[in-house]
Design a protein around this ligand. Structure first.
Ligand SMILES: [Zn+2]
Length: 114
């Protein structure tokens, strides 16, 4: 099993979804589904807080509480994701092994694995 393009040896390959491989999508843990938007919200709140500190009298109390809450959600989701990670890896590996149809993002070469 190789995870590289057979033509240009690039590692930037994509699984091509077709009828028979759609059933074996990797199971994405719920913690990751929470973690990613939580990180974006936290980043946004931090940027707003910093901007307010720079250009006005500082972040309001509501914003500070929201930032702390977002941070705590990130920490909790991060810990949960850390625990889900081994299962996620196994799920991802079996998906990689089961997928037969790949496409290269570098040279657009498509190929099938027997
Ligand atoms: Zn390629």
């Amino acid at each position: 099993m190789q995870y590289r393009c057979p033509k240009c040896q690039s590692a930037k390959i994509l699984p091509v979804a077709n009828g028979d491989t759609a059933a074996v999508r990797p199971v994405v843990p719920k913690s990751l589904v929470i973690l990613i938007p939580a990180l974006f919200i936290l980043l946004l709140l931090v940027v707003i807080s910093v901007a307010l500190w720079l250009f006005s009298n500082g972040a309001g109390q509501t914003l500070q509480i929201a930032t702390v809450v977002a941070f705590l959600i990130c920490v909790v989701a991060g810990i949960l994701f850390w625990r889900d990670l081994p299962d996620f890896k196994i799920s991802m590996q079996s998906f990689m092994n089961a997928n037969k149809h790949w496409k290269c993002r570098e040279c657009n070469h498509e190929w099938h694995i027997q």
